[in-house]
Every structure is written in structure tokens, then in C-alpha cells.
Design a protein around this ligand. Structure first.
Ligand SMILES: [Zn+2]
Length: 334
């Protein structure tokens, strides 16, 4: 059953959050490709060269700067094309320290790629899931739009358009794909997220937040939090205390304050633990602030009542956007 299958969308084996380093190898190690001026430029002593030679040297130097800038522009453009023009990704470069991801809301088949069949033993155990998180693509894009409306600035956004039957961006590649063309979509998704996370860390040293949007079918009226029990938001909790995860200006605290049923309740992380199977998947475990090059990351699993009906979905997007605004003001301003 499709809905039932979607309920267990993150029922991957959940290894200890402290044993992730080897697993992350596939999506880490991405380096900034942009050209950087040499730190010593502009600080050179006066040239001892004769005036004519000095003029020629300056002209050559100016050309080399232009050439380098042009090369950097080409590299940036090639990089943007690699990810942004991928037809299976919806990408928005933002202006706020917020990145919204949605790996499971896509509907497109990848031409020439058969549906995944999964490892033999996992087809019956419920661990292997190919069901769509219904309308989470729409919820993620609507939320991004609402954030822009109420703040005047865009959040970052990466949403998969490919159906989970062909690729699962919330799994490491070896579990996510069964065909090279699907592997390219998986790599493009993570290349784009990595690039944005690197950019966020550089542009917003005070902190940034990744919200990974999902849908679960086990508890229709509940919003489930997945942070590996506080691990993937380690940085903001160290800086501002657990209120940043559970207080009234936290994402979950704000939603609860507006009448949304959240699970676990906004008690200190681990008491009680986040529900089994929804405690944070590959994305938050790969890019969370417990990693050396991550940002604070929360997986949000919305029950069906928040997202299947169009009017309710708009309400959810509006509420989440308000929560993002409140959180950014309190925890990301400085
Ligand atoms: Zn999901």
C-alpha cells in the first residue's frame, strides 16, 4: 500500500549519530570552486622596475586579473549549470540563512531507468521504501514562497522532482539508486545541497538552518521532529540552549504554540526520544551541525492532514514560514 509504505519512509537502520563519519564520505569533501584573490594582493611593496616596464607589468597584471575573474565566472556558471539545470531538481539560491530540502515529493520517472527493486531481504521487511511523500514538493515550494512574502528575502531550496521509485536522495548512494542515470540525479541533488551548505557557512557565520521536509502516514495529525535527538542541531543548542529546539521561538515550539501537535513534545531532547524510524535520515545526518562542515538541520515529517488538501497545505506553509521568520530573528541574527 502506497500510504502505508510512505509511513516507513525513514525506516532505515539508524546507526548511532556518533558513528556517521565513514558513511558521510560519499557526500562530503566537496570543495569551494570559486577563485579567491591571494591574501597578499594589494599589499606589495613599491616596484623597483623602470617606469615603462612597470607600465607593461601593470597592464599584464590587469589582464591577468580580468582573465582570472572571467575564468572564475565561467567556473561558477558551469557549477550552477551542473546542478541548477538538472531537470530532476528544483533549485533556488537564497538570501536568508535558511535551506529547505525535499527529497521525496517528486513525481517524474527518469527515462530509461527501471523502478528500483531493492535488496532481496528488504522487500518484505518494510525497510525498502519507494513511496512518494505526497505533496511535500508542493509544501516545500509553497513554504519558500511564503518566507519570501513575509521577509522580502528568498530562502535556499533544493527539491527533487524525480519519483522515489527511481532515486532516494535521503539515502546514501549505494542504497539510493540502481542505475547510473539515477546515480547522476542523486549526485546532482547532493552536489547542490553541499554547495549551498558551504555557501551558507561562509555567508552566515552566525549560523544557518536546514529544514528537510517529509511526509509520514502513520500519524495524520502529527508533525514529527527528526534531529537524532538533538545531535543534528548541536551547534545552535550549544550556543543558545535547548530552547532553540523546543522553546517558543524554535521551529517546533512555534508550531506547537499555534496548535500543531508535535512529536516528541517540546521536552528536552531524548526525553522522550524522537519516534523510531523518524528520528532523522541521511540528509540531516550528512549536513547537520554535528558534522565538521554542516549547519543545524531538522527533519520535519508532516502527517497527511497538513499537506494533502490544497487549502490545508497553504495554511501549513504559511505557519512554517512564520516559524522560520521567528527562529531566524531569535537565533540567526547574530
Ligand atoms: Zn520522506
Amino acid at each position: 500500500m502506497k500510504r502505508r509504505a510512505a509511513a516507513s519512509c525513514h525506516r532505515a537502520s539508524s546507526p548511532s549519530p556518533f558513528a556517521q563519519h565513514g558513511e558521510r564520505a560519499g557526500v562530503r569533501g566537496c570543495v569551494l570552486r570559486r577563485w579567491q584573490p591571494h591574501p597578499s594582493s594589494g599589499l606589495r611593496p613599491p616596484s623597483p622596475l623602470a617606469p615603462r616596464r612597470e607600465k607593461a607589468r601593470r597592464a599584464a597584471s590587469a589582464w591577468s586579473v580580468i582573465a582570472l575573474a572571467f575564468a572564475a565566472l565561467l567556473a561558477a556558471s558551469a557549477s550552477a549549470q551542473t546542478h541548477a539545470t538538472n531537470e530532476f531538481l528544483h533549485v533556488q539560491r537564497g538570501e536568508l540563512p535558511i535551506l529547505i530540502t525535499a527529497p521525496h515529493g517528486g513525481s517524474l520517472a527518469i527515462p530509461g531507468v527501471p523502478r528500483r527493486v531493492g535488496p532481496e531481504g528488504e522487500r518484505t521487511s518494510g525497510k525498502f521504501v519507494t513511496g512518494q511523500d505526497v505533496r511535500t514538493f508542493e509544501l516545500a515550494t509553497a513554504t519558500a514562497k511564503r518566507v519570501e512574502e513575509i521577509t522580502g528575502k528568498k530562502p535556499y531550496l533544493v527539491a527533487s522532482k524525480a519519483h522515489r521509485q527511481y532515486v532516494d536522495p535521503n539515502r546514501p548512494e549505494k542504497e539510493a539508486v540502481e542505475h547510473p542515470k539515477a546515480a547522476a540525479v542523486h549526485a546532482a541533488f547532493h552536489g547542490q545541497v553541499r554547495e549551498f551548505v558551504d555557501e551558507l557557512r561562509k555567508k552566515f557565520p552566525q549560523g544557518a538552518l536546514l529544514l528537510d521536509i517529509h511526509g509520514q502516514a502513520s500519524f495524520p495529525d502529527t508533525l514529527i521532529r527528526g534531529t537524532q535527538n538533538g545531535t543534528t542541531v548541536m551547534r545552535v543548542v550549544e550556543k543558545h540552549g535547548v530552547a532553540a529546539l523546543t522553546g517558543e521561538a524554535s521551529i517546533l515550539g512555534f508550531m506547537a504554540g499555534k496548535g500543531v501537535k508535535v512529536e516528541p513534545p517540546n521536552t528536552p531532547p531524548g526525553t522522550p526520544p524522537e519516534p523510531r524510524g523518524f528520528s532523522g535520515g541521511w540528509i540531516v545526518r550528512s549536513y547537520g551541525s554535528h558534522t565538521t562542515n554542516g549547519v543545524d538541520a531538522i527533519q520535519l515529517e508532516f502527517g497527511g492532514s497538513f499537506r494533502t488538501d490544497a487549502a490545508k497545505r497553504e495554511e501549513t506553509a504559511k505557519l512554517l514560514a512564520e516559524a522560520i521568520k521567528a527562529y531566524a530573528k531569535k537565533y540567526l541574527a547574530k
